[in-house]
Design a protein around this ligand. Structure first.
Ligand SMILES: Nc1ncnc2c1ncn2[C@@H]1O[C@H](COP(=O)(O)OP(=O)(O)OP(=O)(O)O)[C@@H](O)[C@H]1O
Ligand SMILES: [Mg+2]
Length: 262
């Protein structure tokens, strides 16, 4: 088999409504296997809605979504259940269950989707915590962790079932820049080491530059750009250009490097 990346996810002419309001106006997008694709665009442009459609949390008004070569609208209940463990999701504001320990939180998907005995689940939980560089916290309650640690623990839960594709909706929202950067590093590591196809929603330019292989840019419910990060940075489409200009000007490192004497 060639290592060439092929599309694992294809969205075609996707329209989506909330009530009478159309939020996605015929989105086309292709997500390459084994890559990190960032979905960016202004607040309210429909990024989370796109994810909700892909994850079948809401049904599109029209259009198709092909995941792993199958049109997901044609899958029956059993097929969906078998597909579920292949997909990891970290929702925007995706919180851990406050009443469970960190370890028990990570065990939830394993208990729901497998019949593994408790001691095996326990070992997997520890391995996933190790993977996100959180060791020795399995017996703590989520409230005893810092914000960055909670994000890592949520990431461990997303990875519990060894997904082939993972969706992270604004994973570094609310984190300080250093913690956000280390979370980005972790996401890149998961992709490079485990080969997981990653789709990250974020509007943080620093983060995009650290992690993105490819980018999908949404503007008011339309996919206006799709391509590599390099192509995005030199793209002439006005909304994409503005996004990079405004993101850069609010970033002091870039401003400093621009002002530095030659
Ligand atoms: N459950 C809902 N019911 C009605 N309208 C909604 C719902 N969720 C989102 N919307 C609207 O749909 C549009 C797209 O929202 P969405 O959450 O997809 O945007 P987003 O790009 O993820 O924004 P953000 O960057 O702020 O998370 C917005 O106008 C929003 O107000
Ligand atoms: Mg959102």
């Amino acid at each position: 088999m060639s290592k060439r990346s092929t599309a694992v996810l294809r969205v075609r002419n996707l329209r989506s409504h909330y009530g009478d309001v159309e939020v996605l106006h015929g989105v086309d997008a292709t997500f390459s296997g084994g890559k990190i694709t960032v979905v960016a665009g202004r607040s309210g442009c429909g990024k989370t809605t796109l994810l909700r459609n892909i994850l079948r949390l809401i049904n599109p008004t029209s259009g198709t979504i092909e995941l792993f070569g199958r049109d997901i609208s044609e899958l029956d209940e059993d097929e969906l259940i078998t597909l579920r463990p292949r997909i990891g999701v970290l929702f925007q504001n995706g919180a851990l269950l406050q009443s469970l320990t960190v370890g028990a939180n990570i065990a939830v998907p394993l208990e729901q989707h497998t019949r593994l005995p408790a001691d095996v689940i326990e070992r997997i939980v520890l391995r996933k915590l190790e993977l996100v560089e959180l060791v020795g916290v399995e017996r703590l309650m989520p409230s005893e962790l810092s914000g960055g640690m909670r994000k890592r623990a949520a990431l461990a839960r997303t990875l519990a079932l060894d997904p082939e594709i993972a969706f992270f909706d604004e994973p570094s929202a609310g984190l300080d820049p250093v913690t956000a950067a280390s979370l980005d590093q972790l996401i890149v590591g998961l992709n490079r080491k485990l080969g997981i196809t990653v789709i990250v929603v974020t509007h943080e330019l620093n983060s995009i530059r650290r992690i993105a292989d490819r980018m999908l840019f949404l503007d008011d419910g339309e996919a206006v750009f799709e391509g590599t990060l390099e192509e995005a940075e030199t793209c002439e489409i006005e909304s994409v250009r503005q996004f990079f200009i405004q993101g850069s000007s609010s970033h002091s490192d870039v401003a400093e490097s621009v002002q530095a004497p030659a």
